[in-house]
Ligand binder design. Sequence first.
Ligand code: SAM
Length: 339
Amino acid sequence: MIADALGRSLRNLRLSVTDRCNLRCEYCMPEDEYQWLPREDLLHFEEISSLVDIFVSQGVDRVRLTGGEPLLRRDLPKLMAMLSAKHGLNDLALTTNGILLADQIDALASAGLRRITISLDTLRADRFKALTRSDELARVHEGMQAATRVFPSRFKIDTVVIKGVNDDELSDLIEYGKAVGAEVRFIEYMDVGGATRWSPERVLSRNDMLALLSERYGTIAPIVEDSSAPADRYQLGDGTTFGIISSTTQPFCSSCDRSRLTADGMWYLCLYATQGVDLRAALRGGVSADQIASMIRGGWTARDDRGAEQRLALGDRRAFVPVKALKKDPHLEMHTRGG
Ligand code: SAM
């Protein structure tokens, strides 16, 4: 296990398999046009698999497929099967918006998918449309039903909470989670690249979320656990659990063991990092697996990133990356990096 400059292990790898998405969430992809990664730059499955082998050799034992919308990547179950066959990977998960899930879930589960997280920010069709510029809420519900069938009580729902947009739905979402057998995790609105409409006034903090929820549910008990997972978990009186990811007001940089590989092979050591390591160039340039392993080791041991804490320390905080800079370098976008 290798540790970075702040003593954090390299364990979790988030693999973005595409920068494309079938939603245009206002907190992630609000612009009309995007600069997409060139198709020829996208890693082939064999290349992803080779890089994952090297990451696993350096201590990574958890992989999550993400994007963009990962289910837009053709033949994803094939990649899933390649990854699930690897020794040393203890966790293989997927984050999706759920729209294409009902059609693909059986193939993904047969290929070795073990856990799933579905993003859903609202239960109201009009809001869903306003928030995502899509009419597909019914298909997300179908995806949830499919997840209930295939991963009973083993899936999560991620909800980005925005003040004045969906902060009146927290308890509705918890009830929905109970009905479908999922644990809901509320995510504070983050000023990541791509969140060009972010402002501090639109963030509902963890404390505010807890206050709102206790109005409905009474006492909420924190669950004490030793974990590097980003969510702090809580329990309601009836035993229902939920999580809050407070990356904006109470970041978890000190325990962050995540890094991200984009669909074109750039490796980022922090969600807020502006520079990455070009592993595609190394792989396609004929650099040996041992040398790539040494690049990864070197990158990780030098890692002293704690982007969310540094953002928090800023007094006057606005969107992290201006639209102009995003257009020049799509790697700065959350949807490229993999949320
Ligand atoms: N398309 C997939 C999905 O919808 O889950 C995977 C990619 S998406 C970028 C991954 C996660 O990032 C989603 O749960 C999304 O809500 C979250 N996300 C994107 N922008 C965010 C922001 N500004 N603040 C907090 N979470 C954000």
